[in-house]
Design a protein around this ligand. Sequence first.
Ligand code: 5GP
Ligand code: MG
Length: 189
Amino acid sequence: MRPPGEILIGEREIRDRVASIARELSDALQADLRREGHGVDVPGRVIFIPVLSGAIVFFADLIRQLPVTMSTEMVSVSSYRGATTASLGVSVVGALPDDLAGKHIVIVDDILDTGRTLGLLKKEIGAQKPASLRICVLLRKERDRDVPVEADITGFDIPDVFIVGYGLDYDGHYRNLRDIRLLEEAGDA
Ligand code: 5GP
Ligand code: MG
């Protein structure tokens, strides 16, 4: 098992950025709701959707800082690696929520990497014709995407390295780390 290594983003830096993302998101949602003649306390207009499981820690911290009445729905996406790069794929596990038409939707994920996960979700959820659809990610890897998709709100840009902690796992481990860390290279430890 490769152990976690050097800290890439520390706990305090994460906390500060999550707070500023929350402010940015509430301003945007508040503006949307105001245009409809609503306040932030209107029920039934805003739905937050975390992508399980990596987004859970970020999601839990983020939504508790949002003074906006919302409901939540979960989605899970599995990736499968075929024999060739061309067959790398993702699919939604179980059913997507199907009552998103006309609502303000925020998809929350841990990291934008190849773009396949969020590309798929944006297409499937967008097909339901929500009133607005935003993608919010804590991290974005600096690399070419296999599927072109942009996040509307990004916490941190990071190099193309494998990281763990703050919800992100390696083989199911390390989601509980408070910092975001690199993994030791195999053989380093
Ligand atoms: P994408 O579909 O954009 O390639 O994949 C995104 C998913 O892959 C993320 O939601 C995350 O679960 C996983 N992932 C991508 N890069 C990393 C990484 O550096 N560390 C961990 N732990 N998971 C990653
Ligand atoms: Mg994920």
